[in-house]
Design a protein around this ligand. Sequence first.
Ligand code: AMP
Length: 416
Amino acid sequence: MKQTIRGTKDIFSPEIDLWVYLEHVARTTFTQFNYKEIRTPLLEYTEVFQRAIGESTDVVGKKMYTFNDRGDTSITLRPEFTAGVIRSAIQHDFLNKHLQKLFYFGPIFRYERPQKGRQRQFNQVGVECIGYDSVKSDVEIIVMSDLFLKNIGITTHIFKINTLGSKESRKRFTVELNSFLESKKSELSEDSQRRLTTNPLRILDSKSPQDRLVLSDAPLLSSFLSAEEVSRFESIKETLKLLSIPFEESNHLVRGLDYYSHFVFEITGTKLGSQDSLGGGGRYNNMFEEFGAKPTPCIGVSFGMERLILELEGQSNLLSKPTSVYILVAKQEYYSLALKLQSELISATLCCVYFDLAEKSFKNQMKEANNSEADFVLIIGEDEVANSTISVKNMKTSEQIVVKMEELANYFSKLS
Ligand code: AMP
């Protein structure tokens, strides 16, 4: 039988509980910062990503799942959220609707070489903040990211921050960088030699030791920034210090997508090995123009959900489980009573209520209750039916009490 496609994964119990938890905390935290959820299609015209992300990036150049549909139109499976969200913001005129703070989560598709923490279908959760150019909006994204991570139970993350300056500053820097790297071409890794013609800035955050050695003498982007750009970055750093948010300055951080300018950042975890990036983001003030719309400053962040799950691995204490109740019947004819009790308890309480769906013996029902780690077992036996009562066994303490059938829902609603 065929298995899942390489780089994709089934997610099921018990891991799925962590996903539901993560989605819940994300929704709550971002909503508390006045962000509204957005769901864009998985499919977009290929041009949306080509325009917004840039042809020379790895994502567009090498990683997109692109195909012609039956009408011969080039379609791409979402390789990141930002382009689709901005396409939507322009299409529906979000600025006029004062819809400027948006969060999302869902699947992303990139044709990557799969390894731990790197898949071909993975999930991202993130936000886009549209129409603000203030340092306040830069800092708020970091504050919110920090709180989101803390709220899910991650406390050892680090923010690496940098500024890429404006398009113009970057252009002047790239000319210098290019001539420096051209002079050292033979000392660069194969990947970086190729990038020299397609996207030289990306060489800056290469992890290859060979490239790192060359880069130690490379010109610094920070020397090409205007006084205003420098002071903007200083102001972000001062505010982060004031808020006691730990960060490291990383002047080689450029991020993989062409659209970034000014403030950029990456958030690294501690348990992920080589794929240690939990998330990243930054300012992208030119994307509206790439789509032919009025220039509009934006900033965003997105986290890889698989990476967050890996970072949280083993912390099942984070999850709150509803009280689970197994209904055990002494005779098959009592099942209609079990069904009635199940509906009553489910509508009156938050308990999870279930029973044997086959025709198991009393003993095997007890085994099933044990295997499913039920918190309580309700026993419907002959005496119970005769007296309109239910025996309630607490599976943790083994204590057993008798409760009047009509009081059962009340008994459990107090517990849950
Ligand atoms: P990016 O959109 O490339 O900035 O990535 C944002 C975050 O998504 C990264 O920090 C990772 O946590 C996550 N991510 C990126 N690529 C993958 C992948 N192939 N598999 C799993 N997570 C990924």
